[in-house]
Design a protein around this ligand. Structure first.
Ligand code: GMT
Length: 371
């Protein structure tokens, strides 16, 4: 049994979901998991054996225009590491967690704790864009005892853009196959309109506007509804666009949802035409739930979806190609079933939780064994 600190952002999003599901799975295997952050991660259930949550308070003070969360996290983390005798701190998202953990470790010397940083993609893009973040990120990644990336693509991108002293290990994101199963009795077979779904944080790189444009083409030929699940900066623009295209009655804005399996269980197709995606956890969740995905051939998505296995990939601006394939999938039940079945088999083989959690446990053992 190991005592592990888990640091992530609490907000709706893939990195928080991965950290939480990993913590819950490790706790079930008998490890003691201490989540540390400013709020309870959105998928974390606190009434779980071996799970603890430590809140980082950042006191408001008139001098601070930007309250120093990184410092508060570092000093809180230092205390928790010693008090709870943690051997490992696993950080999800490099900025600002890797720098905070480095500071925490300095504070508690000679206490020894190992730091593992998992990169999720947007952290590295941000650091690559801004030279100020780049240097501190490079430094703190080199101070981590191990760095993992959620796809081969992200490993290669990061190693190309940063000067890292050690190779990054790829540990793919994972899925709980039993939990992400289509709910029986929800699916309403027979003649009905098709349900197209998209789930994201509505940042511009998700291209939710293109989701609406692809849907507009699909709806010309196939009776359909579009469910947009999530919230974020582009929400208003997307709402306006659906009104401009005369689709407002066919598009349902669902805001953020904690439980997505009931929604995926009703859906016929998932659209993810992002311009950047280090992995695309939302696509894997859909595929595992038996919803085929039409997405962009970018980033780590080709490592998750192969043409005909769980979905189809297109260049991000090929809206015609995406809508044509969507129409075909929606109107050909044999093709739909073939693609979804192959997708679930692939998800079970390549991304199942048990397999990936073992990979993390092996990394923890290896890191703790090393000096
Ligand atoms: O996509 C986002 O904006 C959210 C972000 C996050 O930090 O949750 O997602 C990133 O991490 C996910 C989990 O590893 C990946 O599945 C997403 O592909 C990745 N997003 C991007 O690379 C844009």
């Amino acid at each position: 049994m190991m005592k592990i600190g888990m640091v992530c952002f609490p907000t709706f999003g893939g990195s928080s979901a991965v950290a939480t599901e990993l913590g819950l799975a490790l706790a079930e295997k008998g490890h003691e998991i201490h989540f540390v952050g400013y709020e309870i991660p959105f998928r974390l259930k606190l009434d779980t054996t071996n799970i603890y949550f430590h809140r980082v308070e950042v006191i408001p003070y008139p001098v601070f225009r930007f309250p120093p969360y990184t410092l508060a996290l570092a000093s809180h983390l230092a205390e928790i590491i010693v008090k709870c005798e943690l051997r490992i701190v696993h950080l999800h998202y490099a900025i600002p967690h890797a720098a905070a953990a480095y500071l925490a470790r300095q504070l508690i010397q000679p206490y020894r704790v190992k730091i593992i940083t998992t990169l999720h993609g947007t952290d590295i893009q941000l650091a690559a864009l801004d030279p100020a973040y780049r240097n501190i990120t490079n430094f703190s990644l080199n101070q981590s005892d191990a760095v993992t990336a959620v796809s081969r693509y992200l490993k290669e991108e990061t190693e190309e853009k940063f000067n890292l002293v050690k190779p990054i290990e790829v540990i793919y994101n994972f899925i709980n196959i039993e939990k992400y199963s289509r709910l029986a009795g929800v699916f309403n077979e027979g003649v009905r309109e098709k349900i197209i779904i998209h789930i994201s944080n509505f940042r511009s790189l998700k291209k939710v506007d293109n989701v609406v444009r692809i849907f507009a083409r699909i709806a010309e030929k196939t009776p359909a509804k579009l469910w947009l699940v999530g919230d974020g900066p582009e929400l208003k623009n997307v709402e306006n666009l659906s009104r401009e295209l005369g689709l407002r009655d066919q598009v349902e804005f669902m805001k953020e949802k904690r439980e997505i399996v009931p929604l995926l269980s009703l859906a016929d197709l998932f659209l993810l035409p992002s311009t950047s995606e280090s992995f695309g956890l939302a696509a894997l969740e859909a595929v595992t739930c038996g919803v085929p995905v039409i997405a962009s051939r970018i980033g780590g998505l080709p490592e998750v979806i192969e043409d005909g296995i769980g979905g189809f990939l297109f260049p991000p601006d090929d809206l015609a190609g995406m809508s044509q394939k969507a129409g075909q999938l929606l109107n050909d039940p044999v093709l739909h079933e073939k693609v979804t079945k192959a997708g679930r088999v692939m998800a079970t083989r390549k991304f199942n939780l048990e397999k990936i959690v073992l990979e993390y446990e092996a990394l923890y053992q290896k890191t703790c064994g090393a000096n």
